[in-house]
Design a protein around this ligand. Sequence first.
Ligand code: GCB
Length: 732
Amino acid sequence: MRNTKVLSSGWRFLKAALPAETVMPYRVQGEQISLPHTWNAVDGQDGGNDYHRGTCWYVRELTAEELNGEHVFLEINGAAMTAEVYLNGNKLARHEGGYSTFRVELTGHLADTNVLAISVSNEDNGTVYPQKADFTFYGGLYREVKLISVPKEHFELVKDGTPGIKVTPIVDLEKHSAAVTVETWQNAENVEITVNGETRRVPSENGCAQAEFVIENVRLWDGLDDPFLYTAEAKLDSGDTVSARFGCRTFRCDPEKGFFLNGRSYPLRGVSRHQDVKGKGNALSYEDHKADMAIIKELGANTLRLAHYQHAQEFYDLCDENGIVVWAEIPYITMHMKNGRENTLNQMRELITQCYNHPCIAVWGLSNEITAASVVNEDLLENHRLLNDLCHRMDRTRLTTMANVFMLETDSPILEIPDINSYNLYFGWYLGEMSQTDEFFDEYHAQYPDRVIGFSEYGADANPAYHAEHPERSDYTEDYQALYHEHMLKMIEERPYLWATHVWNLFDFAADGRDEGGKHGENQKGLVTFDRSLRKDAFYLYKAAWNKREPFVHLCGKRYINRAVEETEIKVYSNQPAVTLYVDGVKFAGQTGKTVFRFRIPLLGEHLIRAESGEASDTMCVRRVSEPDESYIYNKTSTVVNWFDQDELNPDCFSVQDTLAELRANPQAGAVVNAMMEKASASRGDVADAVKDNPALQRMMGRMTLISLLKQGGVDEESVKQLNRVLQGIRK
Ligand code: GCB
């Protein structure tokens, strides 16, 4: 028999890096807390980049009753980022990596009364990833801690936090069957393994046993449509038992046609998720995980990128049960550390060992934007090759991938390491125009028609308090975010070769170093707010495109009530083919279409707007006001939107509306622009040098209009107008 006890209560917490030999008394003196727990739930979310990063202690007595069993192990599901386990003052283990499970055997170290003390540290260092990224590196024992007691003969518990059982189903779609291999690790002589009602008794050799099964008329794990799960169970004569759910499915990627599930085209369209919630940090309960999954189901996404590290087992379980195809990854992110190689390999080995059985996982992600703050040198390439080989050695059924930063040259050798690739692109948010995304993928696909490419991140920050009649990049309005995603949704739908696309991010999340868009410490690219209470308009855009089950209409701009215009746009997102709009109870217009329905209505006073499609409807109120509502504007100093009226510009001459490349192609216009750029770079120092030395960035800037470059550089209106006058004097 195996007994598992979750140790949630009885803990004392000490926010001090005391020496191990002094912490015993804190089993009664420390602050009473229960697990899961993080010490950064508040300071990691309030901005200032000043959250506590150090060593803290969790101390607890273990009662004789809790330690009942021949062999007792401690299981820690997440200690961020490094941990040391002490029993009665003796150090039993050290673990580096904040996102995986590890177990420690306590047997043999037990006394009459026992004190467990765990030091946990999220201090910065040069060996354990992550060290550089925008998200908050919460510290704490933020998942469950358990005691597991087993008989003398038991399944392996310590090595890389293994579940002790590994199930590999290989599906033959033509024969409708699956060959299932089950491997187990134990210190017993024989194992009884059961799959689909069939039991085999097999010998264990060198601690490992293996049995093969064939499932005829196999019921597939078929994504959202039918995520059917089988269970494999292994039992020893001692009674110790382990089991694993598994799913029978095939995945494959085609450079032209994208992703295939079970032999049919199945474009992966979804979102990314971080594991934190406002006020709770990363110390989430199963209820929190379930609530997140309910939102994902409502959205209709069929894939999740579980970024940027290993998530809770409960969450991969939810993905298995709900048919969500998952990209799993380790936190090898932003900056390659010369002393971090071993840690990347350890975190990857643990990820694969612990998550192998989940049918939801399709790919292992080697790294994220790793060249953002590092050059592509031999050490970095070697690290990626080792990770890639490790994945293939441990798992012959899944592909490897990477999320690359936009400025990585597409001919970089690093792109040849993983099986398939992906880019994170933020054109239209951090820089450039949205349409540069389209161009990027078209060029990549034309140049590398045999390579599989995906879109691993894209997004725009939005604070739902902010609104604009003419939304603009960087205005943080809910409306710009919606426009941005409308563009991206269309771009994606027109490019079926993209094997997977993931919105960054489903939820706003803590990034304590950020201070923007009217909030401290948050990345607001979420489609849903950090506390999960509000779905931004862009959420409903994707719901309209992806959720086929639940007919709905959604009126955009519900929070944009006061409008200082004579005529305004009313926009509806719906998964229905026809929408009717009513203004003050009177039918205004009907429209047929797909996903996005736009109406323009005159604004006379206060109006009740209603959109309808069949049974589905939505209502909102808009009001004509004489002056713009200041509370809707984030950056109150840059409210000028239309600096130039197109009609005023002489199309035969150059203007700030031309792209940098067009201007530079003309000697006279080029000289004007270069002189201006040199002046700007003299005042920008290293940033400008980085741009000058990076051909990808140079090309990207060449495609931008001068006006958007100037606006991004914060150049004032008068200087722009002056420059425009000069350019209008030069004939094309
Ligand atoms: C990225 C990173 C992600 C950030 C995101 C952003 O490229 O991979 O971790 O949160 O950009 O919002 O800037």
